[in-house]
Design a protein around this ligand. Sequence first.
Ligand code: SF4
Length: 331
Amino acid sequence: MSTQTIEFIRPTKQATTPQRWSVPDVEALFKLPFADLLYRAQQTHRKHFDPNAVQLSTLLSIKSGGCTEDCGYCPQSAFNSSGVEDRQMLAVSAVVEAARAAQQKGAGRFCMGAAWREPTDEDMESVVEMVKAVRDLGMETCATLGMLNDEQTEQLRAAGLDYYNHNLDTAPEFYGNIISTRDYQDRLDTLERVRKAGMNVCSGGIVGMGENLTQRAGLIAQLANMDPYPESVPINNLVRVEGTPLAQAEELDSLDFVRTIAVARITMPAARVRLSAGRQQMSDAVQALCFLAGANSIFYGEQLLTTGNPDVEADRALLDKLGMYPSTDKQ
Ligand code: SF4
């Protein structure tokens, strides 16, 4: 497919006064006829991005398992019995080696994730070194380390961290069904610190955890009403891992997942909307619909934090089939 015949407007900065979205307004989007919803999402997408470019992020678990939080979907929680082994923090050299390998395969952003409620001061020393070293490779950096205090946020900013990920997971009304060891406001406070420090915010959620449509709309409204909304919005489809309380959750209809992507695109027009966990269980056709709905970022590499992901060759083949290519925009 020729890229020269396609007109698109370069990504623009978000308006300083974002449109406010009520939950009923977002729910009304979800209820649009499928073709109308996707058409509107495509129109929005094409105003802000090259519709055929996809940003590639690789995720590495720098410390796994034994987390003291009780997130019902997570195989790394010490409350769950999924068989994920506790693994202490990787050495900085191992992280840099993994980042270099990801870069050679075409990833532009490297995300470092640790299974912590919050990092200690000692943890932060290593993470800061990792961030600096990965940046020195010329990659964008992202970290997901749990809750942060002011000092830790400043340490990450000073190290040059580009993005901090902290997901809202779900709507406030459904949150208590999934997690009890920290509250919604704790999450909002961490995101506020990251924003105030001047780093880009990566925040999204998980669908298919048993939430109803209003609650799914509530998650999107929470994200879209942040001022400004996150630059990066990972939308995860629950991976039902044995040994977690959500192992038996009812599977979300694929088209409802596509609708979630479209609604995220419409309500957060200039955000990178990332197809995240659950992609390995999706057919090429469903992924293609997600791209059509406005997804323009994927996790790239065989492994997410603990669950599987399509392999690099399969992703390359899919992008080729769709006439898509890696994004070169630093956004
Ligand atoms: S999602 Fe994060 S905070 Fe929750 S249990 Fe898993 S590793 Fe811990």
